[in-house]
Design a protein around this ligand. Sequence first.
Ligand SMILES: *Cc1c(COP(=O)(O)O)cnc(C)c1O
Length: 421
Amino acid sequence: MQNFHYQDNALYCEDVPLERIAKEYGTPCYVYSHTILVQHYRDFDQAFASIPHIIAYAMKANSNLSILRLMASEGSGADIVSGGELYRALEAGVAPDKIVFAGVGKSSDEIRYALESEILMFNVESSNELKVINDVAGTMGCKARVALRVNPDIDPKTHPYISTGLKKSKFGISADRALEEFRFATSLPHIDVVGVHKHIGSQLTEITPFVDALKKIVVLIEALKAEGMNIRYLNIGGGLGITYSTEIPPQPKDLADAVSPLLQNIGCQLIMEPGRVLVGNAGLLLTRVLYNKPTEVKQFVIVDAAMNDLIRPSLYEAHHDIWPIQKKSHAPVHNVDVVGPICESGDFMAKDRSLPAVNPGDLLAVMSAGAYAFTMASNYNSRPRVPEILVKDGECYVIREREQYQDLIRGESIPDFLRQL
Ligand SMILES: *Cc1c(COP(=O)(O)O)cnc(C)c1O
């Protein structure tokens, strides 16, 4: 996070004081550093330089067109989970032959759209989905390239909501039944089985679950090859964690060192789907203090950002550091809850947090807000979604403008019978 730094007690994004961004674009707003985004992509890519690989950026982490375009220009593909994400990826110029499509509930329309767009492959999550892909490809007179997503039943030791590779999870095909499913897939006339996929969860802070899961997959690939299946791709998913508070997650290089020995003899091209690790620490949410509200039992700091802008604290009890934009020397430190204006008790950015005293009008940064932040924003409480600003070489670019009140009612209409009052 070296590019969010203090200079004379003022917080900067690259060469731009965040105070200036707040003045110019208002609050709340998301601010991203171009330098960090590029750096994170290159660090990841270079860590795997000695292994032939495709990086398919998991765009659900941050799907702004400019961020996608930046990733694509660095050579990234995309891991998509919906037709809407495919549309965005194509609009941003992501190469279709680097797009992989995951998700347990792909509709026939989405499947057709992906086949028409000639994406690299589907990561298939069930045999019923295989049948539908086979049918759709049949009506189009083509063959669909697929990998089957295998659920290795490994505990990634992360939050249950972002754990995806356990037996009880809705994702993938259980490792015990994988061989059978691959045989079934191979028997379908409009399916070309090209790979094996796994993704065990997100915000992983240990390397062992990756390795344990991969070992299981490698054994499977050997069995598939022994049956004559031409498995050309091994997709190890995403999930590398980042530092939100004091975690020390493995670095991309650690992951590369741990997995590369396992890949020696299987002759597959590696696909990876990093999301959070590329964008999470490249962004922050800039917010302004509205009120201090001391009560008998707690001190609340009420800010203008809310759970509709950043839902991670409410949804996962996720920790985000909160930094003052202007550090004050000698400010007393208080234990406070930083909360938003939304009418829900679950609307908070931080609970029981030690923060230097703030006054109305002061600016705060909610850190590590580049991933699963804006993409999860909603209009709840009829709050317009906030702008996204990209900082590069001392310039600010509005890569998504602030929504206006008119945007909130776009597409709504009042039927005639309700018009006469
Ligand atoms: C969400 C997701 C990812 C990305 O996970 P990160 O933790 O953000 O790296 C990768 N692959 C699949 C299939 C996903 O659903």
